[in-house]
Ligand binder design. Structure first.
Ligand SMILES: [Mn+2]
Length: 336
């Protein structure tokens, strides 16, 4: 276990005289962000005797994530219902300042940052931050803080944190380090396994299959690279979900999926190449027109439409992507 005494001392200083903390996840939060925020709320309450409200931008779209919130009875508030005056501290969880994937106004500087994406310069200015790129899930970090402070982790919280680590690391198979394994095993005896099973297998709407159909029909393969777009979405998480699904194609090593949600184009990049580089490629794809970030094998980005033609924008992004992965000169083939 990493020694956290110094970090906890810093946290105590940061929280001195605080009334209430706003705990903000990234937009369209995934299980890791949701559970890590829940764990942080417990830490503040149990160890520091302070209240915290969990807030998020975007929507909770993916059926598994909605079922997690419902089954584990997690209370989260959309950020547009938050009055920042009500909070004396802000914690960013599973995201960092100025990344473009959270809805914290630029004028609000957070006091705490917990994340496992590459460290941003803006984060270094924050009074308390713990950002470790070698860790597979923010839940792993939060579990370490709960353990180091002796905060009791009851079954509901253990189930949430376990699911966060499980989903961000694909059952410890992706981006997982020794601490992820240690905390996953630490949490496991407390996990409500039947509840976990119900969370993992939710029902989905007819719309879900229509979007899959659209994504399959529009998919083009250039060599080992697959790209597709699924048009207007009510659930932006579909972009990532379909990217994961299409990466299973045996001939494919790189995938980029796109969809529009509200007034922005959302994109997801995936690679099965262990050398990674997805984060840098995503940043290259949206350079000058949007924001992107990610880990070695997983990345995402966003481009505001701002009156641009969607078709032209998609063509531009696909062209940039194919150029970067080196398959621009390969002939296009349809997936189905
Ligand atoms: Mn995460």
């Amino acid at each position: 276990m990493v020694a956290l005494h110094k970090k906890i001392d810093t946290l105590r200083t940061v929280l001195a005289d605080s009334r209430k903390t706003l705990i903000l996840t990234h937009d369209n939060p995934d299980p890791d962000a949701i559970a890590a925020a829940l764990g942080w709320q417990y830490l503040l309450r149990s160890y520091f005797g302070q209240e915290g409200t969990i807030a998020y931008g975007g929507i909770v779209g993916r059926a598994e994530n909605r079922s997690m919130i419902e089954h584990l009875r997690i209370t989260m508030v959309p950020i547009d219902r938050i009055n920042f005056q009500d909070y004396s501290r802000v914690a960013l969880i599973d995201t960092q300042p100025l990344t473009g994937n959270n809805s914290l106004p630029d004028s609000v500087i957070p006091d705490m940052v917990i994340d496992h994406h590459p460290l941003r310069d803006a984060t270094k200015e924050i009074p308390f931050f713990d950002v470790r790129e070698r860790i597979g899930a923010s839940c792993t970090l939060v579990t370490s803080y709960l353990r180091a402070t002796g905060t009791p982790i009851q079954p509901r919280l253990a189930t949430a944190l376990y699911y966060g680590i499980k989903s961000d690391t694909q059952d410890l198979g992706l981006n997982a380090g020794a601490l992820d394994v240690e905390n996953y095993l630490f949490l496991f005896p407390q996990v409500q396994r039947e509840l976990m099973n119900r969370i993992l297998h939710p029902k989905v709407s007819a719309e879900y299959f229509k979007i899959l159909n659209r994504a399959f029909k529009k998919a083009r393969i250039h060599g080992d690279t697959l790209t597709t777009s699924m048009g207007r979405l009510k659930n932006p998480d579909m972009v990532a979900e379909v990217a994961d699904m299409l990466l299973r194609h045996e001939g494919v090593e790189w995938v980029m999926t796109m969809g529009t949600f509200q007034k922005a184009l959302i994109l997801s990049l995936r690679t099965s190449n262990l050398q990674g580089g997805a984060g840098e490629i995503a940043q290259g794809v949206v350079r000058g027109i949007g924001k992107a970030g990610g880990h070695g094998m997983i990345a995402g980005g966003k481009v505001e439409l701002k009156g641009r033609s969607l078709q032209e924008l998609e063509e531009l992004l696909v062209g940039r992507f194919l150029k970067r992965v080196g398959t621009i000169n390969q002939p296009a083939e349809a997936l189905v």
